[in-house]
Design a binder for this molecule. Structure first.
Ligand code: HDD
Length: 692
């Protein structure tokens, strides 16, 4: 992969959203110590003679090395691997009838946001494209305080009670003796846990589906998962689920691509986001809510809204758009922003409240607690990235890493010494006043009976998908269980699948070479077509990339014709040739951006062979085109470029294969439509077999 260019240093953006950070650009002034003493030399320690021992009195050596020794902070215990961006949320004003939250209620209101995407299981240096759930954590810096929506790219969770969180994470993390495998669920302890805790089944199906290997953050849905309570200005309450719908559509990698990318470019998603933003293609999502009545039952259409292993089908409660999120600025400093950002499910604003979901209740403790270790104490809200944009007037004092200089002599209430301030804010002052709700019951360690059905929605998810998506689930289960050593675990998971869907179970069993057990899968499952991500009409292609294979004799003017048409659709064109440098020296001179050695198919959404290109049987080129073809990407050629496609075994005229005499409008339109479908799945059965 090409290196992502250095950030533009000429006009450094302020660190963090407040712009008030202690920015220290390497701007050419003298090198100093941390105390501001100018230093003549940072390459030689102070020694007794040029061959002598280093002297203890070298305060600069000790300061430099000591600082370095402490440069790392503990990585997040989960979601350690992440990438983030700044942006803006703009309200449509359509949520005004259900919430008094100012940033949602007012039409056109803009709010600064910082969003961190992540994988769950891997360490900070692990690969982006592993099969896993993705974190989708959004910090809204609203005028009424900070609201964090700490969600995932899947609408359900593995467990129903937060007390099990350490258990599922211990099971998913690498085995404790030799710490492997990294960032993988394909190992015994994960499958041991989920086969014993059948409440995990629904989430496991999502993980094994294409949702577990998103194409990019740009094409990933987000979900608040839990049911929240919204409070309107008049005090009326409703129950909602939050959704992020990507404007670019929901798309995934195929498994072989995910595996290749993990080796070829472990930063695949991070790079895609950073490069896209830098190229002026922001990531965009619509924010939406499903609204259910708050009638005291915490259920809707028979679905327990407090059970985080259940979703509400969009066919029963449509997702209503309430605003738009645009991510358009990369961080200035990874550590200061992406690493130090601290999300917390308890960061709520008036108009948004929690429910009794036992998973959410445990999270309300965990997020604050984890920051104390990770960020070294209770003052992490003072870090630039975590500073609210609303005025802060707390009475919290002192502590590790205190950087605020508090004035006033009476940090307590009531006081008379600081003129009685700060004063309490009631609801009319936009204070956060919880809606009074009845709470009673006996203290028990138990779940309600309505949490017991672990299979109906699992079956709903599986049966709502297209056959190609179901094939991918079968292959993912077969792959993952194929990596499990204990026979008993495989058999137990097959018994779980038998209770979801007999066909799914028998296909996985066949792949494992084991008998398929008989279960009691749910009957009368109502499917939810909205759960499938396969599209039949072309969607947007902004930010996508076309690789054009060419040589010095190719139709270079034709490449420019295609480039102009592509750029008008927000798509970029990149030339690939046998060697680097330039092709031609006239007005249509082309820069070779990748060679057959440096390119890999995962980088591009479509490949085209330019007319006039001499047929080549270079094995790297053949592999490139075959891979793209096998992964059902759009491929094409104009003029005699077709010969190169044929040499790679790409069948002319098949689905998603675009060939024309010239790269004019009809070629471009057909290619862009094929890209808009994301994959030519009609080709899958012929070319993929059981490989992906
Ligand atoms: Fe969590 C991080 C999402 C359940 C405990 N979680 C974390 C992040 C995301 C989620 C996106 C990364 C935030 C960032 O980018 O800094 N977690 C979820 C979702 C859940 C969920 C969608 C279920 C619906 N989490 C969950 C439970 C617990 C935790 C049940 C504990 C009881 N999660 C944590 C944590 C982390 C975290 C240990 C690690 C780093 C951090 O919080 O700041 O506290």
């Amino acid at each position: 992969m090409p290196p992502t260019p250095r950030p533009d240093q000429s006009s450094p953006a302020p660190v963090g959203p407040t712009g008030s950070a202690d920015t220290r650009a390497q701007d050419g002034t003298f090198l100093t110590t941390a105390q501001g003493v100018r230093m003549p030399d940072t390459h030689h320690s102070l020694k007794a003679g040029d061959r002598g021992p280093t002297l203890l009195e070298d305060f600069y050596l000790r300061e430099k090395i000591t600082h370095f020794d402490h440069e790392r902070i503990p990585e997040r215990v989960v979601h350690a691997r992440g990438a983030a961006a700044h942006g803006t949320f703009e309200s449509y004003g359509s949520a005004k009838s259900v919430t008094k939250a100012g940033f949602l209620a007012e039409k056109g209101k803009k709010t600064d946001v910082f969003v961190r995407f992540s994988t769950v299981l891997g360490s900070r240096g692990s690969a982006d494209t592993v099969r896993d759930t993705r974190g989708f954590a959004v910090k809204f810096y609203t005028d009424e305080g900070t609201f964090d929506l700490v969600g995932n790219n899947m609408p359900v969770f593995f467990i129903q009670d937060g007390i099990k969180f350490p258990d599922i994470i211990h099971a998913g993390k690498p085995q404790p003796d030799i710490e492997l495998p990294q960032a993988q669920s394909a190992h015994d302890s994960f499958w041991d846990f989920v086969s014993l805790h059948t409440e995990a089944t629904h989430h496991v199906l999502w993980n094994m589906s294409d949702r577990g290997i998103p194409r990019s953050y740009r094409t990933m849905e987000g979900f608040g998962v839990h049911t929240f309570r919204l409070v309107a200005e008049n005090g009326d309450t409703s129950l909602v689920k939050f959704h992020w719908k990507p404007v670019a559509g929901v798309h995934s990698l195929v498994w072989e691509e995910a595996q290749i990318a993990a080796g070829v470019d472990p930063d695949f998603h991070r790079r895609d986001m950073a490069d896209g933003i830098k190229a002026g293609a922001p990531l965009e999502y619509e924010f939406g809510i499903q609204v259910m009545p708050d009638d005291g039952t915490d259920t809707f259409e028979g679905i327990d809204l407090l059970d985080p292993t259940k979703l509400v089908p969009e066919e029963l409660a449509p997702v209503q758009p309430i605003g738009k999120l645009t991510l358009n600025a990369n961080p200035t400093n990874y550590f200061a922003e992406t690493e130090q950002v601290a999300f917390h499910t308890g960061h709520l604003v008036p108009g948004i409240e929690v429910t009794n979901d036992p998973l959410m209740q445990a999270r309300l403790f965990s997020y604050l607690d984890t920051q104390l270790t990770r960020l070294g104490g209770p003052n992490f809200a003072q870090l630039p990235i975590n500073r609210p944009h609303a005025p802060v007037n707390d009475m919290f004092r002192d502590g590790m890493h205190q950087t605020a200089v508090h004035t006033g002599v009476a940090p307590y209430r009531d006081n008379s010494l600081d003129e009685g301030e700060p004063v309490d804010a009631d609801a009319s002052d936009r204070g956060y006043v919880q809606t009074p709700r009845p709470i009673e019951g006996k203290a028990v360690r138990a779940n309600p009976a309505s949490f017991d059905d672990h299979f109906t929605q699992s079956a709903m998810f599986y049966r709502s998908l297209s056959s190609i998506e179901q094939d991918h689930i079968v292959e993912a289960f077969t792959f993952e269980l194929g990596k499990v050593f204990e026979q008993a675990i495989k058999e137990r998971e097959l018994a779980v699948l038998a209770n979801v869907d007999a066909d799914l179970c028998s296909r996985v069993a066949a792949g494992l070479g084991l008998p398929a057990p008989t279960g009691t899968p749910p009957t009368d499952v109502v499917t939810s077509p909205a759960l499938s991500q396969v599209v039949t009409t072309p969607g947007p292609i902004d930010g996508r990339k076309i690789g054009v294979i060419a040589d010095a004799d190719s139709d270079l003017a034709g490449i420019d014709t295609l480039r102009t048409a592509a750029e008008s659709r927000g798509v970029t064109v990149h030339v690939i040739a046998a060697t680097g440098g330039f092709l031609g020296d006239g007005p249509n001179r082309q820069v070779v951006e990748r060679t057959f050695l440096t390119v890999r198919s995962i980088e591009f959404d479509a490949f085209v062979v330019a007319g006039g290109t001499a047929p080549s049987n270079d094995i790297k080129l053949v592999l490139l085109l075959q891979e793209a073809f096998r992964h059902c990407k759009a491929v094409g050629a104009w003029g005699d470029g077709v010969a190169t496609l044929e040499a790679a075994g790409v069948t002319d005229g098949g689905p998603g294969v675009v060939t024309e005499d010239s790269p004019g409008d009809s070629f471009g339109d057909a290619l862009f439509d094929a890209m808009g479908l994301h994959r030519a799945w009609d080709r899958a059965a012929a070319v993929m077999g059981s490989e992906v």
